[in-house]
Design a protein. Structure first.
Length: 91
């Protein structure tokens, strides 16, 4: 029996490659809204980030999230992303 291939993704903040399931996906949908993708299957352009507050803060400061998703992100959306990452980081 063939072994199932594990998808590898790269964190946009630290550049570390990990399994897709070890990272958090942030997605830009058709309405240009940026949101947290819990299922990893939402439609839209996606970017992956580590489950750490440090990586998300770095990506926000350097503008890597906006660059990866090709959209200007509102402060409200960034605050929501920070809250979600804090929840996942503490799990």
């Amino acid at each position: 029996m063939k072994k199932k291939k594990i998808p590898i993704r790269k964190c946009i903040a630290c550049g570390e490659q990990k399994s897709k399931f070890e990272l958090i996906r942030i997605v830009r949908n058709e309405e240009k809204n940026v949101e947290f993708d819990e299922s990893g299957k939402k439609n839209g352009r996606g970017a992956y980030i580590c489950k750490s507050e440090k990586c998300l803060t770095k990506a926000i400061k350097t503008g890597q999230i906006a660059r990866a998703l090709n959209v200007k992100i509102s402060d409200e959306s960034l605050d929501q992303l920070l809250e979600k990452v804090k929840i996942y980081a503490n799990k």
